[in-house]
Design a protein around this ligand. Structure first.
Ligand code: ADP
Ligand code: MG
Length: 207
């Protein structure tokens, strides 16, 4: 369990070159448990590159990453997921033709066994999805609704729900409000605040 103010993720002197382009130069960053940190910069400043380095999609050209005080070399996003870090990419990477529930559990679906055969447990996916969306106060008609039928804000909410369905310690979002109408921006910001509140309730409330 993480306690408040515990240092979760640290980047030390992270530098990233793409050929002759220096996208990041000696970036230092600390993220503590229960903290909401915004990274602000102009187009081309290197925000996306930094997030992709933190999530293991890009390897830094120099510098190091530390999770809970230990240096980690990430070979892929799967490595960062195993450490409890989830990334919501700017393009969301959702499968439009699949229902919300299957998007949330994509690649990590609960299964049932029948002899040697494994099957996706659709009933469980639906139950877990409804409980998780409810906890985050995300309103959709049904967990069975296809993602392509949702608004931009609802899609963003589904992508955030996916990133928080596996007890992540750190959730990184790349421009989560860039493609949204003003009304939907407010909802996504509320959702980020409720993630923080849920986290505090789980980890800090003694009562
Ligand atoms: N895959 C890539 N290959 C080459 N150059 C890239 C790549 N990704 C980003 N860059 C360059 O790195 C710089 C930072 O880009 P980016 O991280 O996307 O900035 P931001 O997200 O802040 O707009 C830019 O000059 C961009 O052109
Ligand atoms: Mg970007």
């Amino acid at each position: 369990m993480s306690s408040a103010n515990q240092l979760l993720l640290e980047a030390k002197n992270v530098t990233k070159y793409f050929g002759t382009i220096t996208a990041l130069e000696n970036v230092n960053l600390k993220i503590h448990a229960g903290e909401c940190l915004g990274v602000v910069g102009d187009n081309g400043a290197g925000k996306t590159t930094l997030m992709k380095v933190l999530s293991g999609l890009y390897k830094p050209s120099a510098g190091s990453l530390h999770f809970e005080g230990k240096e980690k070399v990430l070979e892929s996003p799967r490595d960062s997921q195993n450490l409890g870090l989830e990334m919501v990419y700017q393009d969301l990477a959702l499968a439009g033709n699949l229902p919300i529930g299957e998007n949330i559990f994509l690649g990590r679906e609960p299964t049932t066994n029948l002899g040697l055969l494994k099957f996706l447990d659709y009933k469980k996916i639906k139950e877990l999805t409804e409980a998780h969306l409810g906890k985050l106060k995300i309103n959709v008609k049904s967990a069975d609704q296809k993602v392509e039928e949702l608004s931009g804000g609802q899609r963003q909410a589904v992508a955030i729900a996916r990133s928080t369905a596996f007890n992540a310690k750190v959730v990184i979002m790349d421009e989560p409000t860039a493609a949204l109408a003003i009304k939907e921006v407010g909802k996504v910001l509320d959702l980020i605040n409720s993630l923080k509140k849920n986290w505090r309730r789980r980890n800090c409330d003694q009562s």
